[in-house]
Unconditional design. Structure first.
Length: 320
């Protein structure tokens, strides 16, 4: 039997000129609020978070939202419009203000995964007075370097394994130039191979269908109609936002954040390689900061080592 939550809400909120689909779960109205920023762009993760992070609901209120043009927030009208990260950041700030008022909290805790870590850092720059702490998982620090190292990983793994089919596919798409492939289809080829070789989830032989699509199909959070919108929204978000995200260079532009910073890093991450984010983090000026390694994880320790991730939130961030 599924655990019942005293606070268990599903809302559609009109914020910042769009409608965002929100899920809230918790046990006490006066608990601190932890807002999750999903990755992608456009790859919503509430179906994981509401299940895997449920043990944290006794100490904080969990909030997930499908970002503009993503998942349950996708509409054909939105997909016909241009979108940039300024709009997405504005949405997040509006939601943070709504949550502060709804739960009578001065500040909100932020957890950003992958692309969500890009949003998280920018929000910490923009509204530090409204953020209690920032937790980055699969932390982005330099988009072009991410893509260079990720491509090299796949090439080296294919060579080591004698996977000629993978090598042929990599030759066809070519290495990224300044972080960019010639098309989103080429990017998808590389991500599929990276996932196959364990750069997304450590020790698992999965493709993107197995790791991303099947969990959505099995989740009660999304209907079949929602899933159709999810797929369209993921492509729309990539098309609109990817160039802006991969052009980011936090290692050069972000030297200080005025909030506590916690980075949850998978040792085997080849999507956002930690050897890029760690030097940035080491040089970062913040009131408090902590880097936490997850030895059995790649890109998503929040799922791959969910118990350890949850324990780190409980003991390191909330100090309970």
């Amino acid at each position: 039997m599924k655990k019942k939550f005293p606070i268990d809400e599903h809302q559609k909120l009109a914020l910042n000129g769009t409608t965002l689909d929100i899920r809230i779960r918790g046990t006490q109205e006066d608990n601190p609020v932890l807002l999750f920023l999903h990755g992608g762009p456009g790859v919503c993760d509430r179906h994981f978070v509401l299940e895997d992070q449920a043990p944290l609901a006794d100490i904080c209120t969990l909030v997930c939202f499908d970002q503009r043009g993503s998942g349950k927030s996708y509409t054909r009208e939105q997909a016909a419009q241009h979108m940039d990260t300024e709009l997405v950041l504005g949405d997040a700030i509006a939601l943070i203000d709504w949550l502060r008022e709804r739960f009578h909290q001065e500040k909100i805790y932020l957890a950003g995964h992958s692309y969500g870590s890009y949003l998280g850092v920018r929000l910490c720059q923009r509204i530090p007075e409204k953020i209690a702490a920032y937790i980055g998982t699969g932390q982005l620090a330099n988009g072009a370097e991410n893509e260079r190292i990720s491509y090299e990983f796949v090439w080296n793994e294919a060579t080591k394994r004698g996977d000629q089919k993978a090598l042929d596919a990599l030759k066809k798409i070519g290495a990224p130039i300044d972080g960019f492939y010639r098309s989103l289809d080429d990017l998808t080829v590389q991500r599929n191979l990276m996932t196959k070789f364990g750069g997304a989830a450590h020790g698992k032989k999965e493709n993107m269908i197995q790791s991303m699509v099947l969990p959505i199909l099995r989740s009660p959070e999304y209907t079949l109609l929602d899933i159709a919108g999810y797929a369209k929204g993921a492509y729309y978000n990539l098309r609109e936002l990817w160039r802006e995200v991969i052009s980011s260079k936090f290692d050069q532009s972000v030297k200080q954040l005025d909030v506590p910073v916690y980075i949850m890093a998978g040792r085997h991450d080849r999507n956002t390689p930690p050897e890029i984010a760690k030097p940035w983090f080491d040089a970062l000026d913040a009131p408090k900061k902590e880097w936490i390694w997850f030895e059995q994880s790649a890109h998503s320790p929040i799922r791959e080592e969910k118990d350890k991730w949850n324990e780190a939130i409980r003991t390191r961030v909330f100090e309970q």
